[in-house]
Design a protein around this ligand. Structure first.
Ligand SMILES: Nc1ncnc2c1ncn2[C@@H]1O[C@H](COP(=O)(O)OP(=O)(O)OP(=O)(O)O)[C@@H](O)[C@H]1O
Ligand SMILES: [Mg+2]
Length: 438
């Protein structure tokens, strides 16, 4: 990515523009703001713009006009659409016109950051200074055995349509993985759409997913496409799938089995080609057992399962993630990366991170804003400091037999499993060693 990419923000709401401007500044981009399409086109004509983020519903000229104009005159400029979700039909059209992605208001900084990075990454070379040891899939940091397995599975999903279920605690990176699957696949130039099944009211979810015809229910004044149509050719990410109602579950099952969907109120079905990735941090299998989630759907959605272990269970990734977020946020703020002493790193690595990668990311972000130079032990919250003595304490509280076992293992490892040498170092004869090994 080049030094400070410029981004043109277009929204008729001043509050939204301010929010977006703040996000963009935080992300190290130079924002230009306009509250209408005509001004936006003027900005585009004047200078190089690397990215456009636009609203759709604006008085005078609708955002779709801007998307069309950019597609025709500045096809190299990626466009992100940020819209309220009643605009699904329009979103289908703008996707066809070439918008890279659409995000549904309210958007979080996380979501925007991911979308912006993907949009800019698609047009630029990735930064050369990825931390050493980053392997596998761009944008997904980790080198633990567990994460390497995740990378291996993501690779397996590359050029097929197999459904993927991503499970794991909150903040472990389920959405990161879903995006990685999409952008590594042969569908990467088609839309990636994320639907939070928990955020859309039950009675609306069905029409949002599959669309509805005019008159399908009171208030349905026009035909409207749903997320399935909008994601045609691309990927639909069903987040918090555990919240889908029984009716929606039945419809999803049918959509997967027949590769066809039926709009609410329609008599005919239509064919769609959509890769489905679902995510859940509740235990779906338990829901199957208790009868709240359909077993047949569970297996259909779960052709490939990717389980993301909690961060505390892959502590080897913690230093890598710290390094990644430290350099990323410092770069955005034009600062030198914060230094951390070994005991501080130890404390961070020993902490249990109940909020997983998200918590770690937020912690580093906050530190980068609040601190200059270094993070000291005193800067750590009590819960993180506490993790150091705890670890030492647990070592001291082992029994003699346990310590002996560990020590023997250690010496054997160090001698390359040479029992004669190990016995010599341990000061016992080989027979005693053999007995202890039993
Ligand atoms: N392996 C990773 N590499 C880099 N960033 C990551 C990784 N995993 C997670 N993150 C970051 O952590 C944050 C949380 O990730 P994400 O939103 O994917 O979690 P999630 O599992 O979907 O959480 P939830 O269940 O709460 O929705 C994001 O900002 C994401 O960019
Ligand atoms: Mg998520």
């Amino acid at each position: 990515m080049k030094e400070r990419p410029s981004v043109l923000l277009v929204d008729d709401s001043r509050d939204m523009l301010e929010l977006l401007r703040r996000y963009m500044n935080n992300m190290g981009l130079t924002p230009f703001t306009t509250n209408n399409v005509v001004d936006a086109i003027e900005v585009l004509e004047q200078g190089p713009v690397d990215l456009v983020i636009t609203d759709l519903n604006m008085p005078d000229v609708h955002g779709t006009q801007l998307v069309r104009y950019i597609a025709q005159h500045f096809p190299q400029v990626p466009v992100l659409v940020v819209t309220g979700y009643p605009d699904v039909q329009v979103a289908v059209d703008v996707m066809k016109m070439g918008a890279v992605e659409f995000l549904v208001k309210p958007v979080t900084q996380d979501e925007l950051r991911n979308a912006v990075e993907k949009a800019l990454g698609a047009n630029t070379t990735p930064p050369a200074d990825e931390p050493a040891g980053t392997i596998g899939i761009p944008g997904v940091i980790g080198r633990s055995v567990a994460m390497q397995e995740v990378f291996r599975v993501i690779e397996r999903t590359r050029n097929n349509q197999a459904t993927v279920l991503v499970t794991g605690e909150s903040g472990t990176g389920k959405e990161v993985v879903a995006r990685a699957i999409h952008y590594n696949s042969d569908r990467s130039s088609a839309p990636f759409l994320a639907v939070n099944c928990g955020a859309i009211p039950d009675q609306l979810l069905e029409s949002e997913l599959f669309g509805h015809t005019k008159g399908a229910f009171t208030g349905a004044t026009t035909n409207r496409a749903g997320f399935f149509q909008a994601a045609d050719g691309g990927t639909l990410f069903l987040d918090e799938i555990g919240n889908a109602s029984a009716a929606v579950q039945a419809k999803l099952l049918r959509a997967i089995q027949d590769k066809e969907i039926t709009m609410l109120g329609a008599t005919k079905s239509q064919r769609v080609s959509v890769r489905l990735i679902s995510a859940s941090n509740s235990n779906l299998l338990e829901m199957v057992r208790t009868g709240t989630f359909r077993e047949d759907l569970y297996y259909r959605l779960n052709l490939i399962n990717i389980h993301l272990p909690a961060l505390r269970d892959r502590a080897e990734d913690i230093p890598l993630l710290i390094h990644h977020f430290n350099s990323k946020f410092c770069k955005e703020m034009g600062k030198k990366p914060l230094r951390m002493s070994a005991p501080v790193l130890d404390a961070l690595q020993g902490y249990s991170w109940p909020g997983n990668v998200r918590e770690l990311e937020n912690f580093i972000h906050r530190s980068v804003i609040m601190k200059d130079g270094a993070i000291a032990m005193d800067d750590l919250p009590e819960a993180m400091k506490a993790s150091v003595p705890e670890r030492t304490a647990s070592k001291e509280l082992r029994s003699i037999a346990e310590m002996e076992k560990l020590h023997i293992q250690h010496v054997l490892e160090a001698t390359g499993n040479n029992k004669t040498k190990a016995a010599e170092i341990l000061g016992i004869d080989r027979k005693t060693l053999r007995e202890k090994l039993k």
